[in-house]
Design a protein around this ligand. Structure first.
Ligand code: FES
Length: 189
């Protein structure tokens, strides 16, 4: 056999292996990059919902009012409830009514949020005080623009030194935030 043929075949196999490996790498990397970076480049304005004039007297200083609203994308509507408390002229606390145990709707009762399903209790900031919920109630981001109050996406919260801190991720009921368990529970898209 011509030794040049052996070398040639060897080089060909090496090149083919490297090339195939490169193609597989691209095939895996492109979708991952798309899912990771894609949301950064898409318009996300659809989620801002107007709650009306920010100076509307229905928003009471230091007390909660519940607001039912619908929001949806591509024709699918989703009904939600937020508890809104005025903290200042343009400052609000906007808390989700979804219990952080299994998702039942909590209700505000003068001094606390109470869940009717399994006895979950939260204080006026939404921090769990009793029962099985794993973390404080989610909070919605908000903005005041053109005199109107707009409510955006809900985010998971953590209680740190007795204060509620909003995270930058959304977590479903039952999913812990922070620590090793926070990594193990996925963040839904
Ligand atoms: S769903 Fe609220 S305590 Fe279980």
């Amino acid at each position: 056999m011509d030794p040049r043929a052996i070398i040639s075949r060897s080089k060909f196999l090496t090149a083919a292996t490297v090339g195939l490996g490169g193609l597989i790498g691209v095939a895996v990397a492109v979708p991952v990059l798309g899912f990771t970076l894609g949301p950064s480049f898409t318009a996300e304005d659809w989620y801002w919902t107007s709650f009306g004039a920010a100076d509307d007297p229905k928003f009471v200083q230091g007390d909660y009012v519940s607001v039912v609203f619908e929001r949806g994308e591509n024709g699918s509507l989703d009904r939600r409830v937020a508890y809104v408390r005025r903290d200042g002229a343009a400052e609000f606390t906007v808390i989700s009514n979804v219990c952080m145990h299994l998702g039942c709707p909590v209700q505000f009762k003068t001094t606390n949020f109470a869940c009717p399903c399994h006895g979950g209790q939260y204080d006026t900031e939404g921090i769990r005080t009793a029962g099985p919920p794993v973390r404080p109630l989610n909070r919605f981001e908000y903005k005041v623009e053109g005199g109107n109050l707009y409510v955006g996406r809900p985010f998971a919260t953590q209680a740190i030194d007795g204060k509620v801190v909003m995270t930058d991720t959304f977590k479903l009921p039952g999913a812990p935030v922070g620590g090793l368990l926070g990594w193990l529970y996925p963040t839904p898209s």
